[in-house]
Design a protein around this ligand. Structure first.
Ligand code: HEC
Length: 164
């Protein structure tokens, strides 16, 4: 079969759009194969680029999604924001750079008091993934988050409560 395609088919990202292009010239089988190879390579590049940008978007974290998550899974125990204070768990304002067990209006467990952790993106990520592995004996009863995207979003939200 010798398909009919336009020269511009080489720029088609999606095979289906190629077939919809106006029929202008008849290509040889060889041309067709070359065009399809180019189209495939281009598709691959486009997908790769989209993937990289997608990854960057995730790495930055989605504050809105993080806020929703915080309310749903942390907010029952933790307060954050202007009037936040220790409740069932310690308040989480300015958490990045804070010493573990560092707030003055909360009674920490001995485990947290002696954990000696500085909360950073890395230590927070590890703690949220598995609280009891990072601070054995912590009173934070939390099963842990396994989705890195959710953690990124939460961290992005917590970041908005850092002092300027
Ligand atoms: C069931 C209640 C509960 C939930 C849910 C919970 N926490 Fe906690 N969290 C605590 C308690 C209690 C502590 C203090 C632990 C201790 O003293 O051992 C704590 C401690 C922490 C600390 C250490 C704070 C410090 O001052 O050192 C961070 C950070 C933290 N939680 C973040 C979170 C985030 C983020 C979430 C949501 C993904 C969350 N927690 C969910 C109860 C909870």
């Amino acid at each position: 079969m010798t398909p009919w395609v336009t020269k511009s088919a080489t720029l088609c990202v999606d095979f289906r759009t190629c077939k919809q292009a106006p029929i202008l010239s008849r290509l040889t089988k060889h041309d067709w194969e070359m065009d399809m190879k180019k189209a495939a390579a281009l598709t691959f590049t486009v997908l790769l680029t989209a993937g990289v940008f997608n990854f960057q978007a995730h790495a930055a974290g989605d504050v809105e999604a993080g806020a929703t998550l915080f309310k749903r899974i942390c907010g029952g125990c933790h307060q954050i924001g202007e009037s936040a204070r220790g409740s069932f768990g310690p308040q989480l304002n300015g958490i990045f750079g804070r010493q573990s067990g560092g707030t003055t209006d909360y009674q920490y467990s001995d485990a947290m008091k002696s954990a000696g952790i500085v909360w950073t993106r890395e230590t927070l990520t590890a703690y949220l993934e598995a609280p009891k592995q990072v601070v054995p004996g912590t009173r934070m009863i939390f099963w842990g988050l396994s989705d890195p995207e959710k953690i990124e979003n939460l961290l992005a939200y917590l970041q908005t409560f850092q002092p300027q």
